[in-house]
Ligand binder design. Structure first.
Ligand code: PMV
Length: 320
């Protein structure tokens, strides 16, 4: 068996996070500046039928059989074997490397699952189609996050900007104008599962208030879609700002996220908001391509531990 290598990108949520868990639309964009790579090397001469897993980024070096039963990597392997009706994995080494910071809203867990599931299916000689990759990655995401909407696994599997509503077919987005985003990391690790659970408990306690937030976010996501399709980047910026304000009211922001958002706006961003689970992780700032580096530098000055500039091409550019 030849060695197999598969990569999967990161992602950001442009708008609609949290509300998407409650059936409202959200928009997500793949981020190719960061990625997870999974490399599988067959060990046909290994004496025992054993698999070694090495993921230095999370300090993991272990035999498959030593991983706890519900470890996401172990479950990923089981889901792939089940899907192929196989009972074991031929001896191999699985190396997983990622440049995606964990617990930062950039989709590191979904990206790992997708790179791993794709690589395993290729290694076993039956490459899965995207729908099967996405299905299995979603099952693994449930182990990480409890009640995920599926937006992370969908956008990373298909690698294209999309408009997403839970339990509905996703819609690909066709941008009239390209957009440039600065992604800036607060350096604060935040558990999406914990924040999602907090939102659920607040939604149960203050049902009308939270339903109202979700409805407002739904309108924002629908308008963001229109702006992307019509190339109205100025209104797009205002919508991102409004989305951030609602997330503050919902208790999902934190002071460092707000400082970085404010700094981005003061330095010429057209709009900025937290992205993903919140209470830490990253902000995104919509900028003109000329201002991207200046805004990124200012945000780093204000305390961001890392910035990424990413560009989403327009439909015309993609056609060239
Ligand atoms: O994985 P994160 O932190 O980007 O958050 C995912 C977005 C949420 O809406 C908060 C959760 C979900 O499952 O959609």
């Amino acid at each position: 068996m030849p060695a197999i290598s598969c990569s999967a990108p990161g992602k950001i949520i442009l708008c609609g996070e949290h509300a998407v868990v409650y059936g409202k639309p959200a928009i997500a964009i793949p981020v190719f500046n960061v990625a997870t790579n999974c490399h599988i090397i067959a060990q046909p001469t290994a004496s025992s039928n054993e698999t070694l897993i090495a993921a230095p980024g999370i300090g993991l070096r272990s035999r498959l059989s030593s991983l706890r039963e519900n470890h996401p990597i172990r479950k990923a392997i089981e889901f792939v074997l089940d899907s192929m009706k196989l009972d074991h994995l031929p001896s191999c080494e699985i190396h997983i490397n990622s440049s995606i910071p964990s617990a930062a809203g950039l989709g590191s867990s979904a990206s790992t699952s997708i790179a791993l599931v794709r690589a395993l299916s290729m290694y076993l000689g039956h490459p899965f189609d995207d729908a099967e990759v996405s299905r299995i990655a979603f099952e693994i995401e449930k182990i990480h996050h409890g009640t995920p909407s599926g937006i992370d696994t969908t956008v990373i599997t298909y690698g294209k900007p999309l408009f997403f509503i839970k339990n509905y077919p996703y819609e690909l987005l066709h941008l009239r104008n390209s957009i440039t985003l600065v992604i800036a990391d607060t350096g604060i690790k935040s558990s999406t599962a914990k924040v999602v659970a907090e939102v659920r408990s607040n939604w149960e306690k203050s049902h009308r208030e939270f339903e109202n937030y979700f409805d407002q976010i739904q309108d924002i996501s629908r308008n963001v879609k229109r702006c992307l399709e019509s190339g109205n980047n100025l209104t797009l910026g205002e919508l991102l700002n409004r989305n951030h304000c609602i997330l503050i009211e919902m208790g999902i922001s934190c002071s460092k996220l707000d400082i970085l958002v404010k700094c981005a706006l003061e330095n010429g961003a057209q709009g900025a908001k937290l992205s993903g689970g919140g209470q830490g992780g990253n902000i995104i700032a919509l900028v003109s391509s000329e201002k991207a580096e200046t805004v990124a530098e200012a945000i780093r000055h204000a305390g961001a531990v890392n910035t990424i500039i990413t560009r989403v091409p327009s439909e015309d550019e993609k056609a060239k």
